[in-house]
Design a protein around this ligand. Sequence first.
Ligand code: BTN
Length: 411
Amino acid sequence: MVRAFLGLGSNVGDRAGYLREAVRGLDTPDLRVTGRSGVYETVPWGVTGQAMYLNQVLAVETTLSPKALLGRCRAVEAALGRVRRERWDPRTVDVDILLYGDSTIREPDLTVPHADLARRAFVLVPLAEVAPGLRLPDGTAVDSLLAASPDRGSVWRWDDADAGTIGHEVRWYDTLPSTNELARREAEAGAAEGTVIVAEQQTAGRGRLGRVWASPPGGLWLSIILRPNLAAAQTPLVGLAASIATAAAIEETTALHPRLKWPNDVLVGGRKVAGLLLETRPPAWLVAGIGVNVNVAPEALPSRPRYPATSLAAALGRSADRGRLLRALLRRLNRDYDEIRGRGADGILAQWRARSETLGRAVQVSTASETIEGLAYDVDETGALLVRTHGGADRRIVAGDVTGEVEAGVP
Ligand code: BTN
C-alpha cells in the first residue's frame, strides 16, 4: 500500500456535483479514499475571464503503480465528460496525482510531486488541511510553502450553502473597462441569471449619476446578471436587497457594522465603503454592479466633502478577505432575492429601515430637476424615499442623491 494525494478541480456546470462524482468513481478496493479536505473556491490561475474553480484534495491508499493510478485518474475524468485539449481549458473535472509516497517521478506524461504543488495555494491549502504536518519527498514542509505562497488570498472555503442561482458561475477577469458594461452585453446575449462578473481592476468604472468609480486592484468590483421579472417600478427593491447583502456580508466577515444611505450606499463610520449601480432593460434583464473598497489605500479613492470614501482595510487596520466577502454577499442576496420574488417587499424594507442612516434625518435630496429639503421619514413599497418638506408637504423621491444632512430628527 502506498499513501498518495490527489488534487481535484472543476469549473464547469455543477462543480460540487462533479467533485462528489469523482470521489465516488475513484474510491475502489485498490484505491481507497482515506481522507478528503473541504472544498475550496479559487480564482482560475493563468487565465482571465474563466469561471472560478472548486478544488479539493484526497488522501488515498493504493496498490496501483503510479502509471496505473494515472490511468485511473484519466478514466474518471473521461467518465465525467472531460476532454483534454488546451492546458487552461475549462474542465468538468480534473484529477491530478500530487504525491505518490516518497517517489519523485520525472516522465513526459507524469511529474510527481505535481509541478503546481509547491507554488499554488489552491493545492497547498487543501493539502495542508487533509494532511497536517506533511513534508514533500525533499523534506520541505507543506506549511512553509503555504506561508510563502503569494496567491493565498485567492483561495477560500466553499460549502453547499453557496450553491444558489446567484453566483453559480463567477467569471474572474484581470482588467475590464467596467464589469457592468460587460455584464450588460452578456445579459443581452442571453447569459444565465445569476452569472457574476468580477474584475481585479476597472479602467472605466462607472458610478451613479454619470460619475467615475475609482477601481484600483484590491477592491471587489462585480456585476450580477439578474432576470427578476418584476414590474419596472419594483426594480429598486433589488438595489436595496443588494446593498443590504453587501452590508450584511461586511458585517459577517469583519468586525464592522455598516449602515445604509439611501438609495444604495454602504457606510462605515459615516464614510462610504461601497456603492451600487443598477442598470436595467425591463423585463429582460437587470445588472447589479457593486463596488466595495476592500483592500484599497484611502489615498487611491476620490475625496468628497460629504461621506468621504474609505476602505475596509483602512477601517479595520488590516486587510480583509475578498473571497469570503464575495461568497457571503452572494449567499445573502440569493436568499433575499428569492424572498422579494416570492413574498414581496416587506422583509427587505424592514431590513433596510433597520440599517438606514438616512431615515429620521433632515436631508437635502438632489433630483434631476430640483433639490428637496425635509425630514426623510420612510421608504415606500417600491423603495422610493419619502420626505416631509419644511412646508409640511409629503414628497416621494424615486431617484436622487442625498447631498446633505443636519442633526438627526431635525425637520
Ligand atoms: C456609486 O456611484 O455609488 C455606484 C458605484 C458602483 C461601482 C460598481 S464597481 C462594479 C460595477 N462596474 C461598474 O462600472 N460600476 C459598478
